[in-house]
Design a protein around this ligand. Structure first.
Ligand code: ATP
Ligand code: MG
Length: 252
């Protein structure tokens, strides 16, 4: 179980230390083995929430727990796969070298690394590029490589910051299939996304974050209504964060 308990995070920026309240009193519980989707406008605090879950940054107040242990003890990290918002890959390596590096860092054997590399690069559609250096990859190929990197060690908690970002429609479908696969294997998936249609299809639980605050939570009953077409996440999103914000987010 992942638990955020009254979590707040502020950033201080510039010489004048201007304060931004990025996450404001967030409390949420996510059962093990479920798929959780965090949505919200740009700047809502989604990536900040993910970084606190990974203990990359610390909350100012409140606590983040995984299975009753604070994330600050770091012990959970071995079993976590993380795709950051803008995955940094070692550009001078080939894709195969990157995945060998990832596998060795986790103590996997050469056989397991080779097997997982084959499976994941086929599943993400980049097996043809194993010998290519990462600096020659397109944006979508980098995203796919980032996914392979995150999943190589078969983690039981998978945290994905905008996994569909930069992907073509087939790539988006691939990510959806991958998340459903992970769910079937009993893994816990925590992701944030701007693609509401995919999010409502994939998740067991969804939360809308707006200006750092959790403004709406949807459980399995709500999600059943989304899937049957009785309700729609996009309408609920507009109602929760306001028409003004949505219009501001639209590309001009
Ligand atoms: N390192 C930082 N220093 C200062 N302010 C930051 C920092 N990171 C994020 N912020 C601010 O915190 C708020 C939340 O940012 P965050 O990146 O968590 O949003 P987000 O929901 O992930 O947005 P997006 O959809 O654009 O990725 C924003 O106001 C942002 O400007
Ligand atoms: Mg973000």
């Amino acid at each position: 179980m992942i638990v955020f308990r009254s979590v707040c995070k502020t950033y201080k920026l510039g010489l004048l230390k201007k304060t931004t309240l990025a996450v404001d009193d967030l409390s949420i519980s996510i059962p093990t083995g479920s798929v959780f989707g965090l949505v919200g406008p740009n700047g809502a605090g989604k990536s900040t929430t993910i970084r606190m879950l990974l203990n990359l940054i610390r909350p100012d107040r409140g606590e983040v727990l995984i299975d009753d242990s604070s994330v600050s003890d770091g012990s959970f990290l071995r079993d976590v796969g993380y795709l950051p918002e803008n995955p940094y890959l070692y550009d001078h390596l080939t894709l195969r070298e990157l995945l060998q590096f990832a596998g060795r860092s986790c103590g996997l054997s050469a056989t397991v690394i080779a097997q997982r590399t084959q499976e994941l690069t086929e599943q993400t559609g980049i097996a043809h590029a194993l010998k290519r250096r990462l600096r020659t990859f397109s944006k979508g190929m980098r995203q796919r490589a980032g996914l392979c990197f995150a999943l190589l060690h078969d983690p039981s908690l998978v945290i994905l910051d905008e996994p569909m970002s930069g992907l073509d429609p087939l790539g988006r479908k691939m990510v959806c299939d991958l998340i459903l696969d992970l769910k079937q294997q009993g893994k816990t998936v925590f992701f944030c996304s701007h693609i509401l249609s995919d999010t409502e299809r994939l998740c067991d639980q969804i939360a809308i974050l707006h200006q750092g605050r959790l403004v709406h939570e949807f459980d399995s009953d709500d999600l059943a209504e989304f899937r049957s077409g009785e309700r729609c996440l996009e309408d609920e999103f507009v109602a929760a964060v306001g028409q003004d914000t949505v219009q501001k987010e639209m590309p001009s």
